[in-house]
Design a protein around this ligand. Structure first.
Ligand SMILES: Nc1ncnc2c1ncn2[C@@H]1O[C@H](COP(=O)(O)OP(=O)(O)OP(=O)(O)O)[C@@H](O)[C@H]1O
Ligand SMILES: [Mg+2]
Length: 254
């Protein structure tokens, strides 16, 4: 069974950045196969990793629904969808990336969804680790994690509003019927010392802080220069924090 590492948190707090740096950790420091899954409809994990995304799983579904007769003659539609699905997978030497894209809209896409989900399940079973970058909020967390998360990284910025969003997500977990084995808070753009008010709120939520990530000016620079975060140095402050955090995560989830 693959181990699932998933992100949660309010908009803009750093989920995708953390996802990219976790991917970088696997790419640079591990031999274990990782599948990074961009489950945010406004996909940008690929971009932060310097990869060009041509098609998403959502695009396959849309194309197929628009033109169900577009299956090449003599080809079974399941085989056809599988072929398209393989084209969506971006394969790198050290990790692979699957971009989910837009979720299904109106109308019944059940058949196509079922087929695509089955392929995704099969695909995922080839990897020891899955990393799921989610959109803000929790509604979509269940979709690609199939009810099981080994570690949920709940990202907040250094603000009570971000932290309270983590609290709400934590409370919602019970309703979502997802088995979350371990939960941890990541404080992004954190000062050296966290205030008592902040720590009291963490205590109230009852989820431990696994990692504080300082503000890292290289992230802005790389963003402006549209460089892949994979190229950051190990001693860049955010990278250093994530690498240490991932050592702990690996101890926790194996
Ligand atoms: N530790 C950090 N230091 C400096 N800049 C950072 C840091 N973490 C994130 N950022 C910047 O903050 C912005 C938002 O980060 P990011 O896209 O990772 O957030 P997100 O939670 O994925 O957002 P969304 O909810 O929109 O998906 C990005 O421009 C990123 O470069
Ligand atoms: Mg994001």
């Amino acid at each position: 069974m693959s181990k699932v590492i998933a992100m949660a948190g309010k908009g803009g707090v750093g989920k995708t950045t953390v996802s990219a740096l976790v991917t970088r950790f696997f790419a640079k420091h591990q031999n274990d196969p990782l599948l990074a899954i961009d489950a945010d409809p406004n996909s940008n994990l690929g971009e932060t990793l310097g990869l060009e995304i041509e098609k998403t799983v959502g695009d396959i579904r849309e194309d197929f629904m628009k033109d169900p007769q577009g299956v090449p003659s003599g080809m079974d539609k399941i085989v056809y969808l599988e072929m398209l699905m393989n084209q969506v997978l971006i394969e790198q030497n050290t990790f692979d990336l699957l971009v989910m894209g837009r979720q299904e809209g109106q109308g019944c896409y059940c058949m196509v969804n079922n087929i695509l989900n089955r392929f995704a399940d099969q695909l995922e079973s080839n990897y020891k680790y899955l990393l799921v970058d989610n959109e803000a909020g929790m509604e979509h967390l269940s979709r690609r994690t199939k009810g099981k998360v080994d570690v949920l990284l709940m990202v907040t910025d250094y603000a009570l509003r971000g932290l309270r969003a983590v609290g709400r997500i934590n409370e919602m977990l019970g309703d979502l019927k997802i088995e979350v084995k371990h939960k941890a808070i990541i404080v992004n753009r954190a000062p050296k010392e966290l205030s008592k008010v902040f720590l009291d709120e963490v205590e109230r939520i009852g989820v431990p802080i696994l990692c504080s990530i300082p503000d890292d000016k290289n992230l802005l620079e790389f963003d402006m220069e549209q460089r892949s975060l994979l190229e950051l140095d190990d001693d860049s402050p955010a990278v250093y924090s994530i690498n240490r955090m991932m050592q702990k995560v690996k101890e926790i989830i194996g």
